[in-house]
Every structure is written in C-alpha cells, then in structure tokens.
Design a protein around this ligand. Structure first.
Ligand code: NAD
Length: 478
C-alpha cells in the first residue's frame, strides 16, 4: 500500500494541517507503516469550527426532506465504494475482510439509511394547544470517534446530525483515520455543501480537547473510552454544551436454567461469536457468559470448541475469523488482563497469556472459567477476544451479576420460553438486549445505561440527540 499523508477536509476543500508533525498509522497485522496523519493543532480546529459555524444557518434552513435525500445519496456513494472502504478498514483495524465488509462498512451504510428513513417520519413540527412545537438543529457538532469501527462511529453521528440540520466537525481516531478521509471524499462527491462536514486529524489531547472546549461548538458527540468520556464532560462544562457519550461495556449473556441441551449448545457458540466480533474490540461485546452452575462443565466444553474453531491470522485471507488487536499496546493490555484473571482464580479453558511469535499484534481466542463476578476481568472492559464464564445458582443471582458492573450497553438472555427471557431482559439495566439470539436492528436505540454513556444513536433515537425543541405560543384570533 502506498504511504499517504492525510490532509484535513475543511469548508469543502482539502487543506494541510498548520503543523508538520505527523502520527504514524500502522497495519496491526504486520506492524508496517501504511500512512501518516497530521498530529493536528488547535488552530486546525478553529478553522474547521469557523467553517461549520458559517454553514450552520443555511443548512438548518434547508428542507428536512432535501437533507434526508442527501444522506441517502451518501449511503449510495459508500455502497459504490464498499470494496475500497473495506480494504482500508482491514488495513487500519485488522478486522477480517469478510466481517469488515458487512460489520464495518455495511453498518456504516445502514446508519445513513436509517437516519434518512427516520427523518422522513420525524415530527419536525406539530401543534400543541395554542402552540407550535418545532424541532430545530442543535447547531455545530463536534464528533470525536474511536478506532474500533472507524467508519460506522462517524456515520452513526453524521447521518443523524445532517438529517437534523447540524453542521459537523469530525475528529477521527488517530489510530485508524484512513476510512474517515474516504468518507470525506464521498461527502464531497455527493455535494454536501461546504462547511457542513469538516474533518480534522490529530491527537486527543490537542485536537480533541480543543474541539470539546470550543466556544462555538454547541454539542459534542463522543464515542470512546470512559476515561476520555469523563474528560469530555469537564471540557464541555465551560460552555454548557450538550454532550452525548457512547462509552465502554461489559455485557452479559445470561443462559437460563430451563434451556434444553440443544438450545444450550446453540447459545454458547453464539455468545462466543458475540464476544469475539471484531477481535472482541466492540463496546457491546458479550464478554461475560452467565451459566447455571450445574452446566459449567458443558459450557466450558462448548465454548472451548467454538473458540478453537477460530482461525487467527492475516485479516485479508478468506478463512480468517480473528485478526490482530489494533495496536501493540492494546495486545499487551489484553494479555495483561488474561494474566490478572488467572492470578485472581480463573481457569484458562483455552487461549494463551503470551503474544504470538511473529509480526502483528495477535491474541489467541481465550476463554476463562469459574470467574468471580467481582474479578477484574469480569468488571473491566478488556477489548480483546476474552470470554469469562461465570456460574450462577439462581435467576435472581444471575440478574444481579449481569447488573453488577458500572456498565450497561448490551446483553443477551436465553430461555426455552421467550416470555421468560423477556421478563429477565426487562430486569437488566442495559440498552440493547438480544433475546434467544434476536438479530441486530439498526433502527433500535444504541447507547448506554449507567457509565456506558448518555444519549442514544440509531434511527429516530439518534436524530433526537441532534435537535433542540422549541415552542411558539399563538394568541387565538379574536
Ligand atoms: P479513546 O477514548 O482513547 O479515544 C476516542 C477518541 O477520543 C479518539 O479520537 C481520541 O483521539 C479522542 N481523545 C482522546 N483523548 C482525548 C481528550 N483528552 N479530549 C478529547 N478527545 C480525546 O477510545 P479508543 O481507544 O479510540 O476506543 C476504544 C473505546 O471506545 C473503548 O472503551 C470502547 O468501549 C469505546 N467504544 C464505545 C462505543 C459505544 O458505542 N458505546 C463504541 C465503540 C467504542
């Protein structure tokens, strides 16, 4: 791959950063440099925010139907570029190609389609007694995104923000910034007006901080770690910005005692898949599997078989199901967690505490069992292919364990009786709960209870984040 130095996209044009300092972008499967991204500066953010502020009024005044059409056209354009986008995600994140095509790029396209569809039915304006209630764009949005789904994390924000009539400055992850530039090309190609979409690159502590604190930014929409999420709240407090946060998770799959052996044998590998998706680098990964104590042995056997069926290696190869961790630091962090798990009493069912011998940042698919609900690996987000099996004795205990972390983003419940599973799902304090393996719904709300964040993304719920609600009171005609 040709090594490129990325530019910024500001006010409808490609411009260099004011700084010549660069950040290396590495291919995690090989450790090789594939691109360089500007280290960025507050002055870059100023230029982008100025452009977004200039474009704000004109864009807010466009008809919502026109904005939705543009969002749909952007989805079409990404579909046209799906192969190219997939190659970039594989190169910068290490997601196996087949998964990257639908789960990374396909999801990005779906975000835009759902936002456009939601805008068509959205109550932009409605009467209420002697008032008219209108939903208006929040204004200039700073969107700060992580590396794990580098396209989807941006499209989940801009689809809804564009449809709502907001202008946006995106600060993409410096770890995986390549798809963001291709997205900006697509935005340009479909004719999004200058200043409505701007892209800056750089480190979080310079560019991210400048964006989150900027006085002319009305809202920050952030996806990333809890530590940085807390910092975003502090930074935005100075100008009382609206803040939406999509943070970490420690989701539990609860396999209830009434499952038949056959159902249990389906639920376990399903959970392994839901844990290992994108190398376990997903905020909604089902990283804790809660099983009746008498079925612990069966769960271990099934999980071991499922985990060991994963081919680890080159993400461009057809048969690969597990790629590398995104960086060396991420790999070392994951391996450190596995060691901590073992030192706190868990048993290694399969996997390894050692880095694989060779280039790239790989971690073997790992299953820990007999994990205490209070253990570090059961409480903290690992962001790697590490499943913790936790036994329970009663259903109440299972619910308490599922709810017993600071997070609440997702989860799963399995029962032979869907109504029983639903009753348990209603007791779980998390946003997206799969019942008996129910599939993903792009129009359903995504986000977090508790410290997994504030606000929701997806369909109409995502749109609501980007509007202000206003009322105008009319005097009855006399
Ligand atoms: P991160 O928090 O380190 O970085 C996210 C973004 O914030 C990056 O663009 C980074 O440059 C920027 N940033 C870093 N420091 C900053 C600062 N001081 N001020 C402003 N911006 C700053 O997260 P990451 O390592 O890129 O991503 C992994 C994390 O993201 C995981 O914790 C994961 O759970 C979370 N995540 C959550 C969701 C969700 O929807 N809830 C989705 C994906 C990832």
């Amino acid at each position: 791959m040709r090594i490129v130095v990325l530019d910024l996209y500001v006010d409808g044009a490609w411009i260099p950063s004011v700084t010549t300092d660069l950040i290396e972008v590495l291919n995690p499967a090989t450790g090789e440099r594939i691109a360089q991204v500007p280290a960025g500066a507050a002055a870059d953010v100023d230029r982008a925010v100025e452009a977004a502020a200039r474009a704000r009024e004109g864009w807010a005044a466009t008809d919502p139907g026109e904005r939705a059409k543009l969002v749909s056209r952007l989805a079409d354009e990404l579909e046209r570029r799906q192969d190219e986008l997939t190659d970039l995600v594989v190169a910068e994140v290490g997601t196996p190609r087949r998964t990257a095509r639908w789960a990374q790029v396909g999801l990005g396209i779906l975000d835009l389609r759902e936002a456009a569809a939601a805008a068509a039915d959205f109550p932009w304006e409605e009467p209420l007694r002697n008032s008219v209630i209108v939903r208006e764009p929040v204004g200039v949005v700073g969107a700060i995104t992580p590396w794990n789904y580098p396209l989807h994390q941006i499209t989940a924000k801009i689809g809804a923000a564009f449809a709502a009539g907001c202008t946006v400055v995106v600060k993409a992850s410096e770890v995986a910034p390549l798809t963001a530039n291709l997205l900006a090309e697509a935005v340009h190609a479909v004719g999004v007006p200058a200043g409505v979409f701007n892209l800056v690159h750089g480190h979080g502590w310079t560019v991210g901080e400048a964006l989150a604190a900027h006085p002319d930014v009305d809202m920050v929409s952030f996806t990333g770690s809890n530590a940085v999420g807390k910092r975003i709240i502090e930074l935005s407090a100075g100008t009382v910005k609206r803040v939406s946060l999509e943070l970490g998770g420690k989701s539990a799959a609860v396999l209830l005692a009434d499952l038949t052996d056959e159902e249990f044998a389906k639920a376990v590998p399903h959970t392994v898949r839901a844990c290992y998706m994108n190398g376990g680098q997903s905020c909604n990964a089902q990283t804790r599997m809660l099983v009746p104590r008498e079925r612990l042995g069966a769960a271990e056997e099934l999980a071991k078989r499922a985990a060991e069926s994963y081919t680890l290696g080159d993400p461009t190869a057809d048969g690969t199901r597990l790629g590398p961790m995104v960086t060396e630091a991420q790999r070392d962090k994951v391996l450190g967690y596995v060691r901590t798990g073992l030192s706190e009493g868990a048993r290694l069912v399969t996997g390894s505490t050692e880095a694989w011998d060779g280039p790239g940042y790989f971690v073997a698919p790992t299953v820990l069992s007999d994990v205490s609900p209070e253990a570090t690996v059961a409480q903290e987000e690992i962001f790697g292919p590490v499943l913790s099996i936790i036994p329970f004795d009663t259903e109440d205990e299972a619910v308490a364990i599922a709810n017993g972390t600071i997070f609440g983003i997702a989860g799963a419940v399995w029962s032979t009786d869907a109504a029983h599973a639903e009753a348990v799902a209603r007791r779980i304090r998390a946003t997206q709960i799969e019942i008996n393996g129910g599939g993903f719904n792009g129009a359903a709300p995504f986000g977090g209870f508790k410290q997994s964040g504030h606000g929701r993304e997806g369909g109409a719920f995502g749109l609501e984040e980007f509007v202000e609600i206003k009322s105008m009171q009319f005097r009855p005609a006399s």
